[in-house]
Design a protein around this ligand. Structure first.
Ligand code: IYR
Length: 225
């Protein structure tokens, strides 16, 4: 294909204003039921569901369409155990002072601590990596653009897809995350761990912190001019 070829847009669906409002309302209602949880069941989740959600994440817009992301879907108990051990060690030093008082105060309403049992209990961990170099073909080694923006959008697509499929998630960013490069055996020169997503069914005793339910109103987050 030549550089400037285009194909007709054939899959856009136009809805009436009423249908459009209904669909917007339905999606709002769906997303209102998305909650970050920290207590997961070990109930299995089929690999195909995770594959489909990652395929959806891979449809996100990205700088020059380079798709500067890599998803490592972890099911192996052995790998999960290694991740839990490394993450808990970092979290212990974080909670014992590295975070600083202001950060620790901000986390108090969430009730989090250094214990991360879900890293072993949940059926799937998805480690998301950014790529510095790449391109439209997997083997390309060109500069990638807007990498954080692109991978952030793809991560949003992934969280939305998992929620829509009926799975709960937790975004986890133990600091620093370089241990994920080692454990997942990724190229340390080109890739950086971006986020660890935990996915599965909530445990029977799963809760949502009241703090997390408080969402800013439309007036507080948007202006129309
Ligand atoms: N990574 C730590 C701390 C933490 C930080 C933020 I910002 C949160 O919103 C939640 C937790 C942990 O997972 O406990």
């Amino acid at each position: 294909m030549k550089a400037h070829d285009n194909i007709p847009l054939t899959d856009f669906i136009e809805y009436s204003p009423q249908e459009m409002q209904q669909r917007a309302d339905d999606n709002l209602a769906l997303m209102k039921r998305r909650h970050t949880i920290r207590s997961f069941s070990d109930k299995p989740v089929p690999r195909e569901v995770i594959e489909t959600c990652i395929k959806t994440a891979g449809l996100a817009p990205s700088g020059a369409n380079h798709q500067p992301w890599h998803f490592v879907a972890i099911h192996s108990s052995d790998v999960k155990k290694q991740i839990r051990e490394a993450a808990e060690q970092l979290e212990r030093s974080f909670y014992e002072g590295r975070a600083g008082d202001e950060w620790l105060d901000a986390l108090k309403p969430l009730g989090t601590d250094a214990q991360k049992p879900y890293l072993e209990h949940a059926p799937w961990l998805i480690a998301i990596f950014t790529q510095k170099k790449g391109g439209i073909h997997a083997e390309d080694k060109n500069t990638n653009y807007y990498v954080h923006e692109s991978v952030g959008i793809a991560t949003g697509f992934l969280i939305q897809s998992l929620h829509n499929a009926g799975l709960a998630t937790l975004t986890h960013t133990p600091k620093p995350m370089s241990f994920l490069t080692e454990i997942c055996q990724r190229d340390k020169d080109n890739e950086r761990p971006y986020m660890l997503l935990i996915a599965g069914y909530p445990a029977d005793d799963a809760t949502v912190p009241e703090h997390a339910i408080v969402k800013k109103s439309l007036d507080e987050i948007a202006s129309f001019i």
